[in-house]
Design a protein around this ligand. Structure first.
Ligand code: ADP
Ligand code: MG
Length: 260
């Protein structure tokens, strides 16, 4: 199962990606968590200790690797480079393991249809294709907030899109855009998770505002989740209401997606 987590900025994509990865790993799944946000912070949501991250560079910034694999320097245009660089060893070589989750930090994802036709994009696209089409782990991708990267190149092979929303019209509007894009891209399943929900009214704003989308569950608003971010620890390790909510979300995924 290849899962992408999307939504407006700040709605809780990274929080959900981290907690879901930890929960599924605890329950016996082999998890590869991919940080595809240029502003990477999935490691902290997963609770990866700082010393394990030392010396780890996002793939997009590994200039030597880009040159070694494609035969050309990062950022070069108009010269020949390999269009099919070797990538299958990268997840093992450049990921860190934490509590059963393997974390790989991409650092950025090429923009749909655009971005430069340059060595680093070719390497990243090849790697993403490999992750979605050739690995048998459960892959969870923490996406960037914008929609520009949602193209065929970065979503082929994705089974499931989870759009995180909060009780607010702007995040609902973003969810509608993503739904349309996902449909156009041929992504088979798209679900929503309502986050930062503090009341029944908040729940209704989401279910009524997105009545044509399927809901996997709600995560309550809880100041402990913000405290975790402030203190650089995983909310999954300190907040029991988040754990409960994730359990319910995972159960619903199992019910609604037979192949999960
Ligand atoms: N359920 C919640 N209750 C309270 N704060 C939350 C909750 N979910 C996320 N947050 C906080 O909101 C901020 C943004 O969350 P984050 O997961 O980084 O969002 P995104 O990845 O979508 O930008 C963080 O400070 C996080 O701690
Ligand atoms: Mg994030």
């Amino acid at each position: 199962m290849k899962i992408a987590i999307s939504g407006k900025g700040g709605v809780g994509k990274t929080t959900l990606a981290g907690a879901l990865a930890r929960y599924l790993a605890e329950n016996g799944k082999r998890i590869l968590a991919i940080d595809a946000d240029a502003d990477s912070n999935l490691a902290s949501a997963l609770g990866v200790p700082k010393d394990k991250l030392e010396g780890l560079t996002p793939i997009a910034e590994m200039n030597n690797l880009i040159e070694e694999r494609t035969g050309a320097k990062k950022g070069s245009f108009g010269i020949f480079f390999k269009l099919n660089p070797k990538v299958d060893d990268l997840p093992e070589r450049f990921s860190v393991d934490h509590k059963g989750v393997k974390l790989l930090i991409l650092g950025s994802v090429p923009q749909a249809g655009g971005g430069c036709f340059c060595p680093e994009n070719v390497l990243l696209k090849g790697l993403i294709r490999h992750l979605f089409l050739q690995r048998d782990d459960t892959v969870i991708v923490d996406m960037e907030a914008g929609l520009e990267h949602l193209g065929r190149g970065s979503t082929k092979g994705m089974d499931l899109f989870i759009v995180v929303v909060e009780p607010g019209q702007r995040s609902l509007q973003t969810a509608r855009h993503i739904k349309k894009l996902a449909y156009d891209l041929g992504i088979p399943k798209i679900f929503i998770v309502g986050n930062k929900v503090a009341s029944e009214k908040d729940q209704r704003i989401i279910t009524e505002g997105l009545s044509d989308m399927e809901l996997l569950g709600f995560i309550p608003f809880d100041s402990q989740i913000m405290d975790a971010d402030r203190d650089g620890v995983s909310p999954y390790d300190i907040n029991s209401s988040l754990k409960e909510a994730i359990k319910e979300i995972a159960n619903n995924m199992e019910k609604k997606i037979p192949s999960f």
